[in-house]
Design a protein around this ligand. Structure first.
Ligand SMILES: [Zn+2]
Length: 762
């Protein structure tokens, strides 16, 4: 009978412990790469309670054990002699005055969350403590104790207390700090100002004295420790990454999250964005985001989702994850895609002429035209018209796919929705995706490991790095970076020389339509940095341009980071090739001016020069001839680089070296070109009178032309000014003062008609 009872009792005891001792919710806590606290979110029960993965730091362990439970490592969960002594004292005083609780028993009391101290409760605590000693190691019990002990108010656990009272992790606590925290769980109320500072100080100092007597600390440490002040009310916790915290709270509530963030970079980036925003705020520009990543690994090193001065302007919006209009920021990817498909070399000429596609008439930022521009220069200067020509050549659906392949996740519409504007800001992108895609270009030249090559941006160490993201080849990546490092006249043609500093950086800016979004992304072998500036509300402001608003922040950030050398050229992936200096295409036998260039191997498949041909001239080299009108033996054969006339017309304005096409020799005057364009008004040699209204206000003069093809386009030029383009009905209104003007009409095939016109007052 007794045996059965004993067995039942033992069984009950054996199963008395719940599976998990503590079911209390925890704070979501974000740590930087070195374990520094970035931000924390209070637990749902209103307590600050941090999970801690580290073991209890040695200083605090010694303090708490000496203060609470000196025999912790030798007893079995309860201290029999202390218990007997306490029991005797309690009987004498007829109340419970002495707890004699071991750390194990206190831990069990905290787990049971029972306030009442009765003999019955105490018995259960003892049973649990004995049982817990079998289930857990001493280190585990101590850790449970430290994680759940009260430290005043809603501060629960050592790690929380360490941050809230001393602003540091517990492993960095001094002896005086450890001692002060060690006396708190027993009387957590002492901490509050005005409560009982004298008692608090006495308890701490007496613990320090015991440490000194036991020779755990030397005399000097003891004397100095006494001089350290007590902590006062809890400090506010740092919020160095508000948006990362809210992101983490959504997905990993209550977890302790180790991130790749560097707190020093995070703080510095915050400081930069705040000081720049102080200036931008005067122009009603309120929001900015910065993302800094490690180019080789994709680790996010700083994450400022929205740096802002006043919290009334959209604090909730994480602008790193918000899709916004891309402006010119996608142009490098088109350049890369065309190199890769052997459509161009870096030096290939791209048209830069007035252009109209189905009602879409792109303009360069400065509204000027160069006629033609080498592809890499068009990218460095962020010219819009060449970009549109490139996209038309490459194909919108193909480029749309390429953008998805490199990791842009926000192209939610089919290619036809975007059309050619895809390259000029028609698409929306997230700063996160953008930095990821730019980073991949640099990373390509740094890593050979496949996993790293296809790694994605990530801020948590545990995240899977491998993705299927596409990446450009080494040689193409190199050419993209080199073109972006040219930065010789970005889209605004402003004082770009102010930027850059010592180190070479590949960078690109973007400005969205209506001045709503300013972008700047830069890549060095160490860092890839992305910046967005604008209003989260979407309100456009004239100052929101990539160069004026985003680039200064980008360069502040780069200047604050350790600098690095430039990428190493992937020599074995490049080919040293003869290119035509004029056309940038692979040299043909007709090209007169040839030079060696290092180009991606992919470009070996590009076609050879189509601009150069052999011109047949007379002995003076001034006239064009052929064997019908000139002695064959005297004809001089000379190489000539010729652009289509419309391109040539603009090219001539900017380039002194363009050699005009020679006119036909007088003996060859039967060789006239068909006249495709004819001026209807004014007719040959007639003058135009300036029309005026009755009140004398000048009205427009309407010039009229005709083309022998019905649907031809005509580009109108008056002296050196481009007037515009007409189709079908070729009427052009002008308003000019009296004078003589050279009117030049060029159709889309390059056929040209030039004529002097006279405009007079009546
Ligand atoms: Zn050539």
């Amino acid at each position: 009978m007794l045996g059965v009872a004993l067995f039942s009792l033992l069984t009950a005891w054996f199963f008395c412990l719940p599976d998990t001792l503590f079911n209390t919710p925890s704070s979501t806590v974000i740590l930087d790469a070195s374990g520094q606290l970035l931000a924390a979110q209070i637990a749902p029960d209103g307590q600050w309670r941090f999970n801690s993965e580290d073991s209890v730091p040695s200083k605090f362990e010694q303090c708490i054990l000496i203060y609470e439970d000196r025999d912790f490592y030798s007893h079995l969960g309860i201290d029999f002699s202390a218990l007997a002594r306490a029991f005797w004292q309690n009987i004498r005083n007829q109340s419970i005055v002495s707890g004699a609780s071991t750390i194990s028993m206190q831990t069990m009391r905290m787990a049971r969350n029972k306030r009442k101290r009765t003999y019955w409760q105490k018995s259960i605590e003892i049973a649990w403590a004995l049982r817990a000693e079998l289930k857990y190691t001493k280190a585990e019990i101590l850790k449970l104790y430290c994680a759940n002990a009260p430290f005043g108010g809603n501060v629960v656990g050592l790690e929380t207390a360490s941050w809230r009272y001393y602003d540091k992790p517990s492993k960095e606590l001094s002896w005086a700090e450890s001692a002060a925290l060690a006396v708190l769980p027993n009387a957590p109320g002492m901490i509050f100002p005005g409560r009982n500072p004298a008692e608090f100080l006495r308890k701490r100092n007496s613990l320090l004295l015991r440490l000194q007597k036991l020779e755990i600390i030397d005399n000097q440490t003891y004397e100095l420790a006494l001089l350290e002040p007590l902590p006062s009310a809890p400090l506010p916790l740092p919020i160095h990454s508000h948006h990362l915290l809210s992101e983490a709270t959504k997905s990993q509530n209550g977890k302790l999250i180790h991130t790749s963030i560097r707190i020093d970079y995070q703080k510095e980036a915050s400081r930069i964005v705040e000081s720049r925003l102080l200036e931008l705020n005067k122009n009603k520009i309120y929001n900015a985001a910065i993302l800094i990543s490690n180019t080789a690994t994709g680790e996010v090193l700083a994450y400022i989702g929205n740096g802002l001065i006043s919290s009334s302007n959209g604090l909730a919006n994480d602008m790193i994850q918000t899709p916004r209009s891309s402006g010119s920021i996608l142009k490098p990817f088109l350049y890369g895609a065309m190199l890769e498909s052997a459509a161009i070399t870096p030096r290939s000429l791209i048209p830069d002429i007035p252009t109209q596609y189905a009602g879409f008439a792109p303009k360069n930022y400065d509204e000027e035209y160069d006629g033609v521009v080498p592809a890499e220069e068009a990218l460095a200067r962020s010219l819009n018209i060449p970009a549109v020509h490139m996209l038309k050549d490459y194909g919108i659906p193909l480029f749309h796919k390429k953008l998805k392949d490199i990791g842009l996740t926000t192209l939610s519409f089919p290619p036809s929705h975007y059309g050619l504007s895809l390259i000029l800001g028609g698409a929306e992108v997230k700063l996160w995706d953008l930095v990821n895609a730019y980073r991949a270009i640099g990373s390509r030249l740094l890593v050979s490991n496949e996993n790293q090559l296809y790694s994605h941006l990530h801020y948590e160490a545990t995240k899977d790095l491998k993705t299927s993201a596409y990446s450009f080849s080494k040689s193409v990546s190199w050419s993209m970076l080199e073109a972006m490092a040219l930065v010789n006249r970005p889209e605004e043609r402003a004082s770009w020389e102010l930027f850059g500093g010592q180190q070479k950086i590949a960078w690109k800016t973007g400005t969205s339509y209506g001045f709503r979004d300013a972008w700047a992304v830069g890549v060095s072998p160490k860092f890839t940095v992305g910046v967005w500036v604008g209003n989260a509300s979407g309100e456009g402001r004239p100052g929101i341009t990539g160069l004026n608003a985003a680039a200064p922040i980008l360069f502040d950030v780069f200047n604050s980071l350790p600098s690095s050398d430039w990428f190493k050229a992937p020599v074995s992936e490049l080919a040293s090739v003869d290119l035509c200096v004029n056309s940038g295409m692979r040299a043909s036998k007709n090209c007169a001016s040839i030079a060696k260039y290092e180009i991606p191997k992919e470009c070996l498949k590009t076609s050879s020069c189509t601009y150069c041909y052999v011109e047949h001239l007379d002995q003076t080299r001034r006239f064009r001839v052929n064997t019908n009108c000139y002695p064959q033996g005297e004809i001089i054969h000379e190489s000539r680089f010729e652009l289509p006339p419309l391109q040539a017309w603009f090219y001539r304005q900017k380039t002194a070296f363009y050699k005009e096409k020679a006119p036909w020799h007088p003996n060859c005057n039967n060789q006239t070109e068909t006249q495709a364009i004819q001026l209807i008004y004014p007719r040959n040699h007639s003058s135009i009178f300036i029309p005026r209204e009755l009140n004398g206000v000048q009205e427009n003069v309407v010039l009229k032309a005709a083309h022998f093809r019905r649907d031809a386009q005509i580009h109108w030029h008056l002296n050196d000014e481009y007037l515009g383009i007409t189709q079908n009905f070729h009427h052009m209104e002008i308003q000019v003062p009296e004078g003589k003007y050279l009117l030049t009409l060029i159709d889309e095939l390059g056929l040209e008609h030039a004529q002097w016109i006279v405009i007079r007052e009546r």
